[in-house]
Design a protein around this ligand. Structure first.
Ligand SMILES: CC(C)(COP(=O)(O)OP(=O)(O)OC[C@H]1O[C@@H](n2cnc3c(N)ncnc32)[C@H](O)[C@@H]1OP(=O)(O)O)[C@@H](O)C(=O)NCCC(=O)NCCS
Length: 205
């Protein structure tokens, strides 16, 4: 099985990328955007295909890592696009939810705005490879820190990040937003990895 990794999603795989992303991150995305079909439609309309890493196997998309830099993220909807999709009242409510999930990214930081691997391909080190490639690219771009957020119920992802050198820097209780948006989790954990030249772990990717 051969995996290739690309710095953007090719146009013919955008639908697969959105479906994979929404399915894997449904606990965060679906409560804010309404339902899965709506979330897929809104993401498709507001996607920046070049702000991600894509893992491909046999012409199929098997993994995606969304990157947010100080310039913007993979999923970057404007308030206007959300209001035109949902109307004023629902639009403002949903845009506020997206704003709540948004992570302000500094100039020397890249934020992982979601990572997802196809269910049938998990456990084959695709996630590890995506994060490894991200680290190499970040260093090449003079970035000093990679950050991400993981919800308290996702222990497997959390242990993967720990294994790859991310450390927990903050735990944020999301009350009252868990009630307002019906999020099925209560705490978001921020994890960070400082990049320095001594860390050669990923050179094999
Ligand atoms: C988390 C995720 C991206 C990891 O990708 P992956 O390709 O399966 O990861 P790898 O094969 O590189 O590493 C597997 C490790 O991740 C852990 N892991 C996390 N979720 C896993 C899953 N559903 N299946 C298998 N392993 C999983 C395993 O404990 C394993 O650790 P180990 O190597 O010490 O045994 C992937 O499981 C996934 O898409 N999960 C659903 C979406 C998600 O939770 N995203 C993270 C949001 S913060």
């Amino acid at each position: 099985m051969t995996f290739t990794y690309q710095k953007s999603v090719p146009p013919e795989l955008i639908n697969s990328a959105v479906s994979l992303y929404v399915d894997a991150l449904k606990d965060k995305v679906v409560p804010v955007l309404g339902d899965t079909t709506r979330a897929i439609s809104v993401l498709t309309d507001n996607l920046v295909p070049g702000r991600c890493l894509a893992a491909i196997c046999d012409d199929k998309l098997v993994g995606i890592l969304a990157i947010q830099t100080a310039q913007g993220g993979f999923f970057s909807p404007s308030m206007q696009s959300i209001i035109s999709e949902y109307g004023w009242v629902q639009g403002l409510y949903r845009y506020a939810g997206l704003f709540f999930l948004h992570h302000e990214t500094k100039c020397d930081e890249w934020y992982v705005d979601g990572i997802a691997v196809d269910k049938d391909m998990r456990g084959k080190k695709v996630g590890t490879a995506l994060l490894g490639r991200l680290e190499i690219m970040a260093k090449e771009n003079g970035i000093r820190k990679i950050s991400l957020e993981v919800i308290d119920t996702n222990e497997r992802a959390r242990s993967l990040y720990r294994r790859l050198g991310f450390v927990e820097t903050k735990q944020t209780a999301i009350w009252p937003f868990n009630y307002l948006y019906k999020f099925p989790f209560k705490t978001v954990i921020t994890m960070e990895k400082e990049l320095n030249d001594d860390n050669k772990f990923y050179q094999s990717f």
